[in-house]
Design a protein around this ligand. Structure first.
Ligand code: ADP
Ligand code: F6P
Length: 462
């Protein structure tokens, strides 16, 4: 179960509704996993007051949880995305603490729990996903001790010193401890969690385990998430995608070098500093708009949350100023698209790009970096990657940057741009081997294998 279903209900201009794919890395990673497991997916269909019965979509059983306008405001936009999201991402934006948002978080977590209780068979495994549902493991365990419960956090888990700001820190830790296994992207996050449980809840811990007063042992460990690399590569190799990649380059005036950024429009993604670094390279004459272009694609995201509105205005202004100052007729420095694209178009963009620039200020994993690598089946292309993305721990042959250091970023962009074809191929080959071996099926098998544990699923029904 996850906050979102893999599909959103979209209302067309003529009033009819259709289902579209939901945004973000969680859906990208989990969809193939759940399809293979034939499980049911409990989640929010993305709109308001949608009282919908469970339905089948593309071989998946989807179990919708309805949210009211107030729930969306207080639980989703409020506590999830204006309290937890900034707190868990190094307080890049200031987290807001409101007691009524917390009340909504508790109430909506309870609703998700009740929905899961209705559909889970006796002794079933329930895998709870992400920061929006951290209270669900404990709530589920109280109602259904027969279940095997896993929890996975797709975003970073903050250092104890930051987490300690949260007025409801103990409740969140206890909520998570309802799970048998708690998965994080990186070992550091799992350590942060164990340390906090020891100091704030007072349970005994040993290495990566917590000894619960009821005799249970809870484990917290790292399971770095990934993508369906084979599916991306197959898509990238298709004739349609190859033709479209060529067409994109032509439409951009056949530049010698195409730099690419692809992100949800989020302040954690470091879009502003990245575009500034690139524009300074043009302004200083290291790059020329007749030879290079930066394509930045930004998916609209959380548009009613204030920080996201500010970010959109700030990005619009920056791109306008850079192109106004540095562009020529038909030769902008930056081609900026505020849009969401189908997967084929994403693969074509990855195929077309010479240098992929992924520079988040903090990111749980960042699947875009892995998607780029998966699509480069000819070993061409360079990846510039932030040290603060979870992916940096695996894609070690990328050109690494500190996204706060604009001069450092400029130097690294130039280095990646000027690297010899042999150097690029050497690095890309190593990264491709990593992504192909550690794909999302392996991630899920590792987590679910550990969750089913040596004792196996519990047989006792409710
Ligand atoms: P996050 O989970 O924070 O959104 P990730 O990089 O892990 O970040 O995952 C983003 C996912 O969304 C990727 O699968 C990527 O392909 C997809 N995506 C990003 N931007 C777009 C876009 N403009 N159009 C369509 N899909 C996008
Ligand atoms: O991967 C992190 C995440 O917050 C997911 O939980 C979420 O589904 C995705 O990014 C997109 O965000 P949202 O669901 O708020 O549009």
């Amino acid at each position: 179960m996850a906050n979102r279903l893999p599909v959103d209900e979209v209302i067309n201009p003529d009033g009819t509704t259709t289902w579209g794919r939901s945004p973000g890395g969680l859906v990208t990673a989990l969809e193939p996993v759940l399809r293979a497991q034939h499980g049911a997916w409990v989640g929010w269909p993305g709109g308001i007051d949608q009282e919908i019965e469970p339905f089948e979509s593309d071989g998946l059983t989807l179990v919708p949880v309805a949210l009211s306008a107030e729930d969306v405001e207080d639980f989703y936009e409020g506590f999830s995305n204006a309290t937890l999201w900034p707190l868990y991402h190094d307080v890049i934006a200031k987290p807001q603490f409101h007691r009524e948002w917390w009340d909504a978080y508790v109430e909506v977590n309870r609703r998700f729990t009740e929905r899961a209780v209705e559909v889970a068979a006796p002794g079933a495994t329930v895998w709870v996903q992400d920061y929006q549902l951290q209270l669900v493991p404990q709530m589920l365990r109280e109602l259904r001790p027969d279940l095997r419960i896993g929890f996975y956090l797709h975003i970073p888990f903050p250092p104890a010193e930051l987490f300690a700001q949260l007025p409801w820190r103990r409740q969140i830790l206890e909520g998570l401890l309802g799970a048998d296994l708690i998965g994080f992207q990186l070992p550091g996050a799992a350590h942060n969690f164990i340390r906090l449980v020891r100091s704030r809840v007072g349970h005994r811990t040993h290495k990566d385990t917590v000894q619960m007063p009821d005799g249970r042992v809870v484990r917290a460990a790292a399971y770095p998430i990934s993508i369906d690399a084979e599916e991306f590569e197959t898509l990238a190799r298709s004739e349609g995608v190859e033709a479209r990649a060529k067409e994109i380059r032509e439409q951009l005036g056949n530049p010698e070098t195409l730099f690419l950024g692809v992100d949800r429009l989020d302040y954690t993604k470091g879009i502003y500093a990245r575009l500034r670094a690139y524009s300074e390279l043009i302004a200083e004459g290291h790059l020329d708009v007749h030879e290079s272009i930066f394509v930045q694609v930004a998916t609209p995201s959380r548009e009613r949350v204030e920080q996201y509105r500010l970010l959109r205005d700030e990005t619009d202004r920056l791109v306008g100023r850079i192109n106004g100052d540095l562009g020529h007729f038909g030769r902008p420095a930056i081609d900026y698209q505020h849009a969401s694209f189908p997967r084929e178009e994403m693969a074509a963009l990855y195929r077309a790009a010479d240098v992929m620039v992924v520079t988040p200020l903090r990111d749980g994993m960042n699947l875009v970096a892995k998607e780029y690598v998966a699509c480069k089946f000819d070993d061409e292309g360079a990846l510039v990657l932030s040290e603060f993305a979870g992916a940096a721990h695996e894609l070690r042959q990328a050109w690494m940057v500190n996204p706060y250091d604009i001069n450092g970023m400029k130097a690294t962009l130039l280095e990646a741009h000027r690297a010899s074809p042999e150097e690029r191929r050497r690095r890309m080959r190593a990264m491709r081997a990593q992504v192909k071996e550690n794909d999302v099926a392996r991630w899920a098998a590792n987590f679910l294998g550990d969750l089913s544990g040596p004792s196996g699923p519990r047989p006792d029904a409710p």
